[in-house]
Write a protein that binds this ligand. Structure first.
Ligand code: SAM
Length: 278
């Protein structure tokens, strides 16, 4: 069956890692990675074979393996996902590192995660800092369902709310002030979006990837909200498009954040903005 899967995927033209075949087989057969090596393939039932074939066919049409498996790893945690949410990216772990550093040095502030998606950032913070008061918001009710399932699975309490950063009044009942606002808003430009690989463009939610023509719009809106919701001296920490750093710094300075700093990801690209409410 594994050889059959390799030939289907090779013929499909989809770029895949051989490990993905193992992951799909393990998921379909409910086995462990070790039993994949030690047990014979002959022992699988027709039901398992059908499930595995279904997974391979989906993968051969370009669907990301994480959606097929229904989960991915983020910050060492298994995060459930479906096509309503972005697949968490490794560079977002850098945002969590910076948030945890700030939380450790600033007396465990109340935290707000804007555009929470699968809830990966909020959940990583709540798992690493047990009892930390964390609120996660998203405009997508479907995303919040995924986030809720994930917080239940990890046994952490997070306040989940539907809110749209383009409608500041939707943040009114969140309470506050917050000591830290984190956000990974959609930041792919409209032009970049058209050039994305089909695997991303056809399968991940457009809403999670791009704000459309107004490429810095989300940062302006989040700056307005952060001025209202952050306590004095509080921090806004956001992931950014590497090409938009200086524009985003200017916007945040216009809203009186000071200092405003850009930091790089592991690949050396401008990826995080840290802005203090003065
Ligand atoms: C880049 S994804 C980030 C998801 C998750 N925080 C992560 O890091 O993997 C951006 C998220 O912002 C949400 N979003 C898009 N427009 C929004 C809006 N106007 N108000 C609130 N959330 C929004 C999307 O639904 C999506 O979940």
């Amino acid at each position: 069956m594994l050889a059959w899967a390799r030939s289907i995927l090779d013929q499909s033209g989809v770029s895949y890692s051989p490990k993905e075949i193992d992951w799909m087989f393990i998921q379909a057969s409910d086995r462990t990675a070790l039993s994949l090596i030690t047990e014979s393939e002959k022992e699988i039932s027709n039901e398992v074979a059908d499930t595995f074939r279904g997974f391979v066919h989906r993968r051969s049409k370009g669907e990301p393996v994480q959606y097929i498996l229904g989960n991915t790893e983020f910050y060492g945690l298994s995060i459930g996902i479906n096509s309503s949410v972005l697949i968490p990216r490794p560079e977002t772990e850098g945002l969590v590192d910076r948030a945890l550093e700030y939380i450790g040095q600033n007396g465990r502030p109340r935290v707000l995660d804007i555009g929470t998606g699968s809830g990966c950032i909020a959940i990583a913070l709540a798992v690493k800092e047990p009892g930390l008061p964390v609120t996660g918001v998203d405009v997508s009710p479907e995303a919040l369902q995924v986030a809720t399932q994930n917080s239940l699975a990890h046994g952490v309490h997070i306040t989940w709310r539907t809110a749209d950063y383009n409608e500041p009044e939707s943040f009114e009942d969140l309470g506050g002030p917050f000591g830290l606002i984190v956000s990974n808003p959609p930041y792919v430009t409209a032009e970049e979006y058209e050039g994305l690989e089909p695997e991303i463009r056809l399968h991940e939610p457009r809403l999670a990837l791009t704000p459309g023509e107004d490429q810095t719009g989300p940062y302006r809106q989040i700056a307005i909200l952060a001025r209202q919701l952050l306590e004095p001296g509080g921090l806004l920490l956001a992931e950014i498009n590497e090409k938009l750093g200086s524009e985003i710094v200017r916007i945040l300075k216009d809203y009186d954040f000071d200092p405003v700093e850009i930091e790089s990801d592991m690949a050396g690209r401008d990826r995080y903005v840290l802005a203090r409410k003065s």
